[in-house]
Design a protein around this ligand. Structure first.
Ligand code: MUC
Ligand code: MG
Length: 382
């Protein structure tokens, strides 16, 4: 038996609730607050790694809820990991995968924390452990999802003026196609060539509606259509991709490398939204991206509207992508009323800066965490 000298000593999991700056309306839910599961892995050499497990709208977007992510880590991951070697994230995660099926968001949160600790120990930015950084900043879009066309146009104008975003994603699929297309057309007409306008249907259409809707959206000037069909309808995505002039992106359908391989074989999308939580970790997401690259499918940096920790983890992965023609949507922290990092992510000139320090290169603002932790009762005043 090998005695590990460097071990995992403690794992903290906190659900941290932070309000959004305005309601964020998607086809399946509207959110007013984000619940982030913040994970800290303490190693016996004193290094602490950070991770995040965040989804959208409880169980309305994916198979895991914030409460379920915390429970999975506390009850099932921690007993496997406490006392295990801290210097091999790959071995630790192989142990977890041997005993835990599914639970991709929880696995991603823990793997991120283990990788953050390992990269801090190595004195390298996390991007160097994920294949090597080829860019220091990433283009970032903004989602217009107030639910009101005029408000969305004002918001877009303010973002352009501040040089923060010039790509906008609109959440549609909640109303009938005519109403949704009228909303999209009005926004594209107001912004013209100053901005790229894209849509995300979040699985809300059937195939006939999608055929009609995509043709109308193309005519309205939309550049990219994301996940129009339910995630299980791969043949439908394949047919839409084959006939659509506007590129089609897969998001919810990609739950890891096996899905990516099937999509690649069928060419059932032109673009993959690469999301570490959906893939089951940063390494799994890197494999999704590698499959895309091999199949001449573009990669895009997706988000689950995470806070600073998950967003910066995703940024380190995206920094390893040589081609990133559609950019990223790593704007999650900007949707929240509060920063939970000591130094907030830097957004300037339409791009997000990828931190250069060791590991994720970030630190938690522990006073903010103490204040917003769901289990902090009564809430202390700051
Ligand atoms: C999604 O489906 O892409 C990403 C941006 C946004 O506004 O919602 C998310 C989820
Ligand atoms: Mg999406």
């Amino acid at each position: 038996r090998v005695i590990a000298l460097l071990t995992i000593e403690k794992i903290d999991t906190w659900i941290v609730d932070v309000p959004t700056i305005r309601p964020h309306v998607l086809s399946m839910t509207a959110i007013r607050s984000q619940a982030m599961v913040i994970v800290r892995v303490h190693c016996s050499d004193g290094i602490v790694g950070l991770g995040e497990g965040t989804t959208i709208g409880g169980l309305s977007y994916g198979d895991e809820s914030p409460e379920g992510i915390k429970l999975a880590i506390d009850t099932y991951f921690a007993p496997l990991l406490l006392g295990a070697a801290a210097d091999s994230p790959a071995m630790a995660m192989a142990l977890v995968r041997k005993h835990v099926v599914g639970n991709h968001f929880a696995k991603n949160a823990v793997e991120t924390a283990l990788l953050d600790a390992a990269a801090q120990r190595a004195g390298l930015p996390l991007s160097e452990l994920l294949g090597g950084r080829v860019r220091d900043t990433l283009p970032v879009l903004w989602t217009l999802a107030s639910g009101v066309t005029e408000t969305d146009i004002e918001e877009a104008e303010a973002m352009l003026e501040a040089r923060r975003h010039r790509i906008f994603k609109l959440k549609i699929g909640k109303r009938d196609v005519e109403a949704d297309v009228a909303h999209v057309r009005a926004i594209k007409q107001a912004l013209g060539d100053r901005a790229s306008v894209r849509v995300d249907i979040n699985q809300a259409w059937d195939e006939q509606t999608a055929r009609r809707g995509i043709a109308m959206l193309a005519e309205a000037g939309v550049d990219l259509v994301e996940q129009p069909l339910p995630r299980a309808n791969r043949a439908g995505m394949q047919r839409l991709t084959a006939r659509s002039e506007v590129p089609i992106m897969a998001d919810e359908a990609l739950q890891g490398p096996a899905d990516a391989l099937d999509f690649a074989r069928r060419h059932a999308a032109d673009v993959f939204s690469v999301k570490a939580p959906q893939a089951g970790g940063l390494h799994a997401a890197a494999k999704v991206a590698a499959i895309a690259e091999a199949a001449d499918i573009a990669v895009y940096g997706g988000t689950m509207l995470e806070g600073g920790v998950g967003t910066i983890a995703a940024a380190h992965l995206c920094a390893t992508f040589v081609a990133l023609p559609w950019g990223t949507e790593l704007f999650g922290p900007l949707l929240l009323t509060e920063e939970i990092l000591e130094t907030p992510p830097l957004y300037a000139d339409f791009e997000l800066a990828v931190p250069r320090g060791p590991g994720l290169g970030i630190a938690l603002d522990l006073e903010k965490i103490a204040f917003f932790r769901r289990d902090a009762q009564p809430r202390p005043t700051l």
